[in-house]
Design a protein around this ligand. Sequence first.
Ligand code: F6P
Length: 374
Amino acid sequence: MANHIGLLTSGGDTPGLNAALRGVGKAAIKKYGSQIIGFKDGFRGLMENRIIRLDPKQLSGILTLGGTILGTSRDKPHKMPVGGKILDMTDVIVENYHKQHLDALVCLGGGGTQKNAYELVKKGLNIITLPKTIDNDVAYTDMTFGFDTALGIAVDAIDRLHSTAHSHHRIIVVEIMGNKAGWLALGAGVAGGADTILIPEIPYDINMVAESILSRARNGSPFSIVAVAEGAMSKEKYALLQKAISNLEKAEEKGDRQKWKAEIKSIKSGNSNNTMQVAQQLEAMTGLEARVTILGHLQRGGTPSAADRLLATRLGTACADFIKQGQFGVMVASKGDGAELVPLEKVAGVTKLVPLDHSWVDSARSVGTCLGDF
Ligand code: F6P
């Protein structure tokens, strides 16, 4: 039976992390008499042996708190900045796990964390993970906690932007988080009634977007809300990216591989001000004034929604039961109202993108929302 359990939160923070820590911790203590410690700031705290003892008192009163009481970081065990160098600290992490006499380690995180956790599983550690991210892009789980709260914040923002866009007859381009996957922009766009939604999964044609805005104006609505995911890309840039990726796959010489890697990096970084470009292009093409609102980290802050508290508590408490059963090398995924285990081997390195035939995509098209492709 696992009696010494370590917890860590890694990657970008999300509302619901504290609810999940409380869920795992309280259930493990109350049901199974476990002892819990938390590592500060993700894998870095595990590498530096920075711990906090978590007893029921520390785990009380945190259900409604945003952020994570443990702190977090994007540090990866195998690529950690230490003393000005990037080092593989995996062995130190494995050593510290044993030094703390851990029987189990729970890693709460998004896609990157699942990948890092799987690498540590291969080193023999008893790891179980929970899926969190506002992006909802962790594979094999119905939902990640954090997403619902961020969705609510983004929808509220779109609602507010609607009245000002309407009053001033403007285009308001609102940037919503989501670099690889467009769940948040699509969900918020559909729920907030955005007129155009641009997501990474559907490369857009700016002419199509301009035409749909002009058509709304001709029909008596000279204003539009354009919801743009951080990682949305024009079809021209997308074609260049695909070409570079295929050249990289074909490249045999080291020099060629480096060249195509640099090209991919430059296309991606050149896309980082895409939202501003969209606004400028649409202003020039439609003659309507355009304004930009970048929601940024607002979407990750504050108290978790009821749905996120419920999901995080549900998965957290189930996690304590799975630890008791000795289930390791797995992620506790949400499946309907329950929880199911998915091997980390399957989850690691897979991003859950929006399928092009997803019902949210269909619904958006059915109500006349422009998705930038036709
Ligand atoms: O992974 C979640 C996420 O919120 C992404 O949507 C966003 O691109 C990224 O984190 C921002 O990361 P950071 O906190 O490092 O600015």
